[in-house]
Design a protein around this ligand. Structure first.
Ligand code: ADP
Ligand code: MG
Length: 240
């Protein structure tokens, strides 16, 4: 049985169809990359799985661990172990990195979690998680929180945005670590270089999954499309 199963999902926003007849599965323990150009609906899909406000599927079903979660609010989904690292990293005024990483109360070794994301724990544990930190630092701390929290499903929306090219290798290592920690990972990106860490990949095109397979094959197809921004139509390539 798949950990996450999305069946025939439709979602419309602002009178415009965003996702149409979308089918997708993610296995327990799997890293599944979801790639696709800007505007194809990747973040929308992430928010629908997380259950964010304003994101309720029009029809279809989202199942997590065999349970339909369509009607569950975000807190209930979080309680089941679904978590998300947002495209824009969060800023929490008045909370230290230590407090933030302790929120899940999983008794994880916080220093180890920080060191794993390339941040010296001695320098960061007692810092405030506020705008004195760069976007890249906040993103790393969010990734560290995934190690601390050990969620069942970790949705990473553009984990390398705001991260320089040299550091992409570090982030790939962190994603592997999250998997080794027992979490399954939905890895979302418009940048194909990240997909190599995945066990499988799917290409989102024109609001539906155009292909699923091994990451190399999917990336090759993605690059051949030369999409810059999705115009909402399935391109010719999708039918090949
Ligand atoms: P991606 O993450 O693949 O770049 P998004 O999921 O952010 O794409 O957006 C897909 C499309 O859906 C875009 O055209 C975006 O403007 C639109 N969209 C997403 N959420 C909403 C919303 N709440 N209201 C109106 N349009 C939305
Ligand atoms: Mg996005």
């Amino acid at each position: 049985m798949s950990l996450l199963e999305i069946r025939c999902v439709y979602f419309t926003a602002g009178g415009k169809p965003i996702l149409e007849n979308l089918n997708f599965t993610l296995g327990e323990g799997e890293i599944h990359a979801l790639i696709g150009t800007n505007g194809t609906g990747k973040s929308t899909l992430a928010r629908l799985v997380m259950g964010c406000e304003g994101y309720h599927i029009g029809s279809g079903e989202i199942r997590f661990d065999g349970l339909s979660i369509n009607e569950l609010p975000i807190e209930k989904r979080a309680g089941l172990g679904i978590t998300m690292v947002w495209q824009e990293p969060a800023r929490f005024e008045g909370i230290t990195v230590r407090d933030y990483l302790s929120l899940g109360k999983r008794g994880s070794d916080l220093s180890d979690c920080l060191d794993s994301v390339g941040l010296a724990s001695g320098d960061y544990l007692d810092r405030m998680l506020d705008n004195t930190m760069s976007g890249g630092e906040r993103k790393r701390i969010e990734l560290a929180s995934m190690l601390a929290l050990k969620p069942r499903l970790c949705i990473l929306d553009e984990p390398i945005s705001g991260i320089d090219l040299v550091s992409v290798k570090d982030i790939v290592a962190v994603i592997r670590r999250i998997q080794q920690n027992g979490s399954s990972v939905l890895l979302i990106s418009h940048r194909e270089e990240i997909a190599s860490v995945a066990d499988r990949a799917s290409l989102l095109c024109g609001g539906r999954i155009a292909m699923t397979g091994d990451p190399d094959t999917i990336v090759r197809d993605y690059k051949s499309r030369h999409c810059v921004i999705c115009n909402g139509q399935i391109c010719d390539y999708a039918t090949h």
